[in-house]
Design a protein around this ligand. Structure first.
Ligand code: CP
Ligand code: NVA
Length: 308
């Protein structure tokens, strides 16, 4: 049994196996209607609980469709509607769910909820986003980059904007997949030092460059995300927007990168804020491939978790 809690907690060989299997499974069902089953049904007889304490479009739909394509069944649960949101401990919830279902995917506010769920569950737990990280997204992003441009190892990834949970998982991936990260954003919103140190300890070059155009020089991939995440206080919105405006990804910033650089955003996006529509809908953008690849990457993650 394997939990999928964060990219730095899964070893590089298994991460590579997951990406390769995702690519193989994607190819195997290319062109089929989404509702048709895969030829292989590794999740037949398996029940998966998808728990959301926060809103979601991509994570909710891609996990649900993925389980069904592999022959399993899902139940989508809102944290608020469970006793979890009304005082039952995470540990007790984990023990109880372990008697009913075979796999738990949870999106939660506080990372400690995910950690406690994994500690007390006797079944695998998958991180569907916390305040600190979003590993399933970055697995889909690695798959997407490699589909378009080949191996990501040795490439320069530039993160422009808020050093948030999605940025953190990119830093984890840098250490595991062997690429470099340059962060450009205001000093108050730097990524956590712990994640920078971790990526560096694994041989990745991590740079901080306050000038976004200097940062973009030589980039193979430019990535951004919303300026206000679901765990951020709405009261900080205006202050964050003011700080982050210089880091908007626009055509001028893309022009500072390599001519074949890609643009990524995990979505949902706030168009004309963190990125212009010109970039989001432009020829270098792969945002909808990223969204599709959530499905394929997570199918491979679930198989790895369950050993099927
Ligand atoms: N990228 C992502 O996780 O999207 P959702 O919030 O819609 O799940
Ligand atoms: N950073 C964003 C990602 C949403 C998928 C958030 O946490 O709200």
């Amino acid at each position: 049994m394997n939990h999928f809690l964060d990219i730095h907690k899964t070893d590089p060989a298994n991460l590579r196996r997951i990406i390769d299997q995702a690519a193989t499974m994607k190819t195997a069902r290319a062109g089929r209607p989404r509702g048709t089953p895969d030829d292989e049904q590794p999740l037949a007889g398996h029940m998966v609980a998808l728990i959301f304490e926060k809103p979601s479009t991509r994570t909710r739909v891609s996990f649900d469709v993925g389980v069904r394509q592999m022959g399993g069944q899902t139940m989508v649960l809102s944290g608020n509607d469970m006793q979890l949101g009304h005082g039952e401990t995470i540990a007790d919830t984990a023990r109880v769910l372990s008697r009913y279902v075979d796999l738990i995917m949870i999106r939660t506010f506080d990372e400690s909820v995910l950690i406690e769920m994994a500690e007390y569950a006797s079944i695998p737990v998958i991180n569907g986003l916390t305040d600190r990280t979003h590993p399933c997204q970055i697995m889909a992003d690695i798959l997407t980059y490699e589909e378009h441009r080949g191996p990501i190892a040795g490439k320069k990834v530039v993160w422009s904007g808020d050093g948030n949970n999605v940025c953190a998982s990119f830093l984890h991936a840098a250490g595991q997949f062997g690429f470099d990260v340059t962060f450009t954003g205001p000093g108050q919103l730097d990524p956590e030092q712990e994640w920078i140190d971790l990526a560096r300890s694994k041989g990745a070059t991590v740079q901080i460059e306050r000038d976004p155009h200097k940062a973009a020089d030589g980039a193979d991939l430019i990535v951004t995300d919303t300026w206000v995440s679901m765990h951020d206080a709405q009261s900080a919105r205006e202050r964050r927007h003011n700080m982050l405006r210089p880091y908007q990804v626009d055509s001028a910033l893309m022009a500072a990168a390599k001519p074949d650089a890609l643009f990524m955003h995990c979505l949902p996006a706030h168009r004309e804020e963190e990125a212009t529509s010109e970039v989001m809908d432009g020829p270098q953008s792969v945002i909808f491939d990223e969204a599709e690849n959530r499905l394929h990457a997570q199918k491979a993650i679930m198989r790895w978790c369950l050993g099927v």
